[in-house]
Design a protein around this ligand. Sequence first.
Ligand SMILES: *Cc1c(COP(=O)(O)O)cnc(C)c1O
Length: 355
Amino acid sequence: MPLIDLRSDTVTRPTPEMRRVIANAEVGDDVLGDDPTVIRLQERTAELLGKEAAVFVPSGSMANQTAIRAHCEPGDEILCHKDSHIIHYETGGPAALSGVMIRPIEGASGLFSADDLDPLVRPESSHFARSRLVIVENTHNRGGGSVWPLDQLRRVCERSRKFSLKLHLDGARVWNACAATGLKPSDYAQHFDTVSCCFSKGLGAPAGSAVAGDKATITRVHRFRKMFGGTMRQSGILAAAALYALDHHRDRLVEDHANATRLARGLAEIPGLTVDLAAVQTNMVFIDVHDSTAMTAPQLCEKLKAHNLLALPNTPRRVRLVCHLDVTTPMIDEAIRIIAQAVTGKQATRTPVAV
Ligand SMILES: *Cc1c(COP(=O)(O)O)cnc(C)c1O
């Protein structure tokens, strides 16, 4: 069995067909604005998200950070869930690059409600930071890959508008939300001023994200992309992979979700582990490692690595497993067997239930 890499959906390698498309990509100089493939990707992304314009950026972090900078001035305040990617995994970017403060919002699974905003939005006053921007993450990574119910999301956005706040969707995995619900990307995006989306996670492109929004805002994002060092030249090489991924790898995300459910059901049978099956909504599975196993989450991951299975600890007692393009269903069954053996010291006797 080859290496089974469940660390993240970012570990996917370009498929042979994607590599062929990359090799044949028509390119130009995107800093001078004439890379035709980048232009095509930006137009297609804007269209999918129902926005006037989009700009291609090297990473999801840059997508979020340029959007934040486009909406905010130093001294402004952002409201977002306390577990959001921009708080935990973007190196303090909002403080460093935009000079903004963050007001974290509580809530289960990375979600919150319109009413949660009321006490957190600051009234206009010469004493207070200016509440400026609300950010929603869908699907929510630390929330377990959770999907925002469209009604709840719409109400959050309506309430934000009432307070004259701007709205950004961190849609790094918006494609997974769409695969899970059957909704269109624009169904989510229509409620926001800007949306970021990622091509290099579940979609399997080697690099790249985009920010979409109205023309004026995207012109600002474009300027900050340059300022933050994110302009690229013959980036049509990467845009070609992203275009290919949009066309060929979105529909198949449901396979990753089915694999995640299969994995979760198999792991839930193992004594010493807890898996919240109801929380498995997309391509991620979180397992809680009990004291009874005499292992912490990092120790379990070390043990799995020795058996060619890669996973990352999320907290001292929690492991995250992510399904993606390079993970097949037989690999899922093998992963369950390896984890069962690592945790109980015995071979799994039950065959995993089919889904
Ligand atoms: C991965 C991710 C990003 C951006 O990540 P990069 O590694 O900078 O591309 C942003 N938001 C969420 C929710 C993510 O999962």
